[in-house]
Structures are given as C-alpha cells and as structure tokens.
Design a protein around this ligand. Structure first.
Ligand code: KIV
Length: 258
C-alpha cells in the first residue's frame, strides 16, 4: 500500500520507526523503494551529491522538478517529498505556493520540505497546508543558511535549544505533517519529539526521534567527505573504481568483447 502523510502520524503513535532516505534519480529511487524505505526525500543535497555544487544554494526549482519527476517514475510505495530550493519560497507565501504547486502538479511528489522556523516561514507553512499541500519542516542545522550557521551542531546553549524547541512547535502548529531535526544534541531532539504530535525525523540528532534520514550517497559511500553523524554501509566509490578499471583493462587488452 502506498505510504501517505496519514501513515506518518499513525506510525508515531504506534512507535513504529519511519525510514527516510534521499533519492535523486530513477534507478536509485527504484532500489530504495523496493528495499522498503518509507519516505524518499528528493533533498536539495542532490546539488552536492549529483550536480557537483559546493553547497545547496545554487540548486534551482527546475533542477528539483527534473530530478523529482525521475524519482517518482521509480517509486511504487514510498511517499515522495521534495525540498523547495533556496529562494524558491523565502520571498513570500505566494512564491512558495507557486513553487510547491509546480512540484506537486508536474512531478507526482506528494509533499514538500522547507527549512526554518521563523515567523515568516511558519506563515508560509500555514498557507501551504491550508491549500492541501503537505509540508515537512526542517529545523536545527539548516544547510540553506550555511553562510550564517556553518555546518556545526545547533542548539548547544540553553537559549539556542529553547529557540529550536519554539520553532519546532510553531512548525507543527502551522500544520506540518513531520519535521526534520538536523545536527542537534540528542537530549534536545528527545524533548522536541515528546512535545510534538507529529513525527520527528532525525539526522545527527540521536535515536530518540520517530524516524531517521540519511543522504543516500553517504550511506552508499559515493561521497568523498561525509558529515560526522553519517554511517557508511557500503563503499561504492571503491567498487565503481574497481569495475571501471577492470573494463578499461579489458578493452585495452582486447579481452572485451570476448
Ligand atoms: O537535502 C537533504 O538531503 C536534506 C536532508 C539532509 C534531510 O535536507
């Protein structure tokens, strides 16, 4: 049965962990979906892992539309959520409705994710959800603010922790169906998880969250550098290099085709 946003809230009540991974093309999406991942996030991290940008900031709405459509063609069960890229929603709720509307109308994704918990972003989430567009929030380390925050852990002082708690509560009250907590202390993530009636999806936020997300390229060992909290389950860089080197040698030595 296809996963819906209603499942996510029910799974939190039942204590069933929610499994989330990022996806950026048809082949990866098909494999992850068939392996039982609940939510495929077309994260704007695709700018770094698939497009070679240094940060997520250059990613455009057109790029997110293109990659999301490919992901959706590979998915039968998972819920597909797409990141609204930098400056495709921050100007106004109207701009966010246009961008999110294009993602839902043109790709087949069922929800969007956007970063932050300021009053402006909360108003935008309220506008989107009032129109029936499901929204996943994202607080803590928000990579679109890298030039202000860096990539370091957030919420370490009592004041900073309290600000993130208030942001998470406001995002949930605005109607988000789930919220990503990125790179914050695990006790803070536990407090937020207890306070909210929507699921928290952690990345570098400890094991008290209702679900976990990783960037798939980190999990598969496709990236050269990874954040400290990522876990590498495979080393595809080495495997791809070995396979490619074998092909190069076979062709050069006349062994392929046999
Ligand atoms: O863009 C992304 O991949 C994300 C995850 C790190 C949550 O936002």
């Amino acid at each position: 049965m296809p996963v819906t946003v209603q499942h996510c809230r029910r799974w939190k009540e039942e204590g069933r962990p929610i499994v989330v991974l990022t996806a950026w093309d048809f082949a990866i999406a098909q494999l992850l979906d068939q392996a039982g991942v609940d939510i495929l996030l077309v994260g704007d991290s695709l700018g770094m892992v698939a497009l070679g940008y240094n940060t997520t900031l250059p990613v455009t709405l057109e790029e997110m539309l293109h990659h999301t459509a490919a992901v959706c063609r590979g998915v039968q069960r998972a819920l597909v959520v797409t990141d609204l890229p930098f400056l495709s929603y921050q100007e106004s709720p109207t701009q966010a409705v246009r961008s999110a509307g294009r993602i839902l109308k043109e790709t087949g994704a069922q929800a969007v994710k956007l970063e932050g918990g300021s009053p402006e972003i909360v108003a935008t989430i309220a506008k989107l959800t009032s129109l029936g567009i499901p929204v996943m929030g994202h607080v803590g380390l928000t990579p679109q603010s890298v030039h202000q925050l860096g990539y370091k852990q957030q919420g370490k002082t009592p004041e900073a922790a309290n600000r993130i708690i208030q942001e998470a509560i406001a995002v949930a009250q605005a109607g988000a169906f789930a919220i990503v907590l990125e790179h914050i202390p695990q006790d803070l993530a536990a407090t937020i998880t207890d306070k909210l009636n929507i699921p928290t999806i952690g990345i570098g936020a400890g094991h008290h969250c209702n679900g976990q997300v990783l960037v798939t390229a980190d999990l598969l060992g496709l990236t050269e550098k990874q954040p400290p909290f990522a876990k590498r389950y495979e080393n595809l860089r080495d495997k791809i290099t070995q396979a490619t080197t074998a092909f190069v040698e076979d062709v050069q030595q006349g062994k392929f085709p046999e």
